[in-house]
Design a protein around this ligand. Structure first.
Ligand code: NAD
Ligand code: UDP
Length: 321
């Protein structure tokens, strides 16, 4: 039986992407109606094919840099390319997606008096001088480098969210996501976990940028989604920003070795130049999420890699159709 009081109509921008499609699944499973708005720049209909015939699911091909007129109870704003390769492909569009996209979605939320979630990023900390990074750290970001379209775009989006909250009493929820991986990353996504797994499964060289001594902390997608849902359901006075990520920190070289070991691949390591402004270290301080949401990640990197390798193995060998 459906409980109509608790069933919401929910907009997910970027819903055909890696994280957005998992979010759509979780919201549909909770009994909600979901409108997924996506321009399919980096997302794919493949990620939502299984939802397309669902009576509570609707797909809109829409670019968030344009206004959207729609009636919903809640908004999750995830639209934005997340891989450096893709967000640097058209940097002006990336900034527009973050900034104009935020303005459009916040305007919509204001008219509807709807709670709105923003997918921000650990990139707001830039190349951090404080380690691990707590939410109070204001960051070390280059405003004019190749990553700035993304980093500064996301920082400006946070500014807009907090100003709409202060000025218009909007109910906002701002999450800072640290490197997350899992099934439904695009094989050509360009981010490190999917690159290494696809290269290993194809027997190609594993491309390590720099010497591979830079670190990242990798969160499995299911853990991240648990954090998202707990945060969105938390009291209105807890607006964030809150870090969601897995504090387990690894060098990129360690990641490559784990992928080779798990796939049994004969791939060799190939060292390429380190891209400009590539952060040297990154690890979330998740004390706030632990205290306020009772949340913490449960899937260790080895286990998450096993699940993700299985997905890419099925995908590359055509078993996913
Ligand atoms: P993704 O590239 O798989 O998904 C992004 C989605 O947004 C895609 O479906 C894409 O087509 C869509 N999109 C891009 N520009 C758009 C536009 N102008 N209008 C409408 N749709 C648009 O990436 P993801 O990993 O799923 O990331 C989702 C969100 O989470 C992004 O906002 C990203 O910045 C943020 N984030 C992700 C991570 C991570 O590790 N996965 C880390 C930090 C932040
Ligand atoms: N990286 C790498 N090889 C690749 C892709 C990425 O060595 O094929 C490195 C990249 O230089 C960075 C780290 O892996 O230091 C994480 O890169 P990613 O693009 O996944 O995300 P970022 O955290 O930099 O946004």
């Amino acid at each position: 039986m459906r409980h109509y009081e608790s069933v919401k109509r929910i907009l997910v921008t970027g819903g055909a992407g890696f994280l957005g499609s998992h979010l759509c699944d979780r919201l549909i499973a909770q009994g909600h109606e979901v409108v997924c708005a996506d321009n399919l720049f980096t997302g794919s209909k493949r990620n939502i094919t299984h939802l397309l015939g669902h009576p509570r699911f609707e797909f809109l091909r829409h670019d968030v840099t344009h206004p959207l007129y729609i009636e919903v109870d809640e908004i999750w704003n995830l639209a934005c390319p997340a891989s450096p390769v893709h967000y640097q492909h058209d940097p002006v569009q990336t900034t527009k997606t973050s900034v104009h996209g935020a303005i459009n979605m916040l305007g919509l939320a204001k008219r509807l008096k709807a709670r709105i979630f923003q997918a921000s990023t650990s990139e707001v900390y830039g190349d951090p001088k404080i380690h691990p990074q707590p939410e109070s750290y204001v960051g070390n970001v280059n405003p004019i480098g190749p990553r700035s379209c993304y980093d500064e775009g996301k920082r400006c989006a946070e500014t807009l969210f907090f100003d709409y909250h202060r000025q218009h009493q909007l109910e906002i929820k701002v999450v800072r996501i640290f490197n997350t991986y899992g099934p439904r990353m695009h094989p050509n996504d360009g981010r490190v976990v999917s690159n290494f797994i696809v290269q290993a499964l194809r027997g190609e060289d594993i491309t390590i940028y720099g010497e591979g001594q830079q670190t990242r902390s990798f969160c499995y997608v299911d853990d991240l989604l648990n954090g998202f849902l707990a945060f969105m359901a938390s009291p209105a006075d807890f607006v964030g920003p809150v870090n969601i990520g897995n504090p387990g920190e690894f060098t990129i070289r360690e990641l490559a070795e784990k992928v080779i070991a798990q796939t049994g691949s004969k791939s060799r390591l190939s060292f390429k130049p380190l891209p400009a402004d590539d952060p040297t270290q990154r690890q979330p301080d998740i004390r706030l999420a632990r205290e306020r949401l009772g949340w913490e990640p449960t899937v260790a990197l080895d286990e998450g890699l096993t699940r993700t390798i299985r997905y890419f193995d099925d995908l590359l060998s055509g078993r996913l159709g």
